[in-house]
Design a protein around this ligand. Sequence first.
Ligand SMILES: CC(C)(COP(=O)(O)OP(=O)(O)OC[C@H]1O[C@@H](n2cnc3c(N)ncnc32)[C@H](O)[C@@H]1OP(=O)(O)O)[C@@H](O)C(=O)NCCC(=O)NCCS
Length: 152
Amino acid sequence: MHAKPVVRQATASDAPAVQAIMNAIPWIAESAKTEEGFERTKSACGRGEVWIVEDNSVIASTMTLTKDSLAASCGYKIWLIRLIATIETARRKGHARRLIHKAKEIVDDGALTAHVQNDDSSALVSSEGFVLVEGQADAAGYPLYEWTRNAS
Ligand SMILES: CC(C)(COP(=O)(O)OP(=O)(O)OC[C@H]1O[C@@H](n2cnc3c(N)ncnc32)[C@H](O)[C@@H]1OP(=O)(O)O)[C@@H](O)C(=O)NCCC(=O)NCCS
């Protein structure tokens, strides 16, 4: 029987599977795919910043979610989805959407943001009620999208 996909926080032992998902994405910087990059992924898992969808014992999708500590020191709750990705064979099954729902739960009444890097992720965040924040592209030119509970 096919059990329901589970969303859970990754642990350091999930880091190889998380890294494998990242390594399969062509546009991710080569520096992120090195041994050092893997150590960073493992540390992020250890810090509880990485969430995954496990479907029938396979880690199918991953999301790295961090809180902006500078904004937090000024009393603002702003969270950033640094990466969201699903293995190619498990796309369009709602896994990334499951992770975004988890992020919304964590962020609660704060702001959830993401720099959108392509049409697929643009379609994903738009379908989840994110809106474009004008003039807030990152250094690579990727536009910033934002979701807040009250606005949706
Ligand atoms: C973008 C990505 C994370 C989506 O993952 P996914 O698990 O397939 O997404 P979901 O199945 O949850 O899709 C949810 C919604 O997003 C939109 N969407 C996702 N992929 C899409 C695509 N290829 N074309 C159009 N819309 C898409 C749709 O609205 C979809 O809902 P629907 O299937 O009911 O129409 C996945 O394509 C991916 O890993 N791409 C490579 C990595 C990447 O570019 N990450 C984003 C930048 S950080």
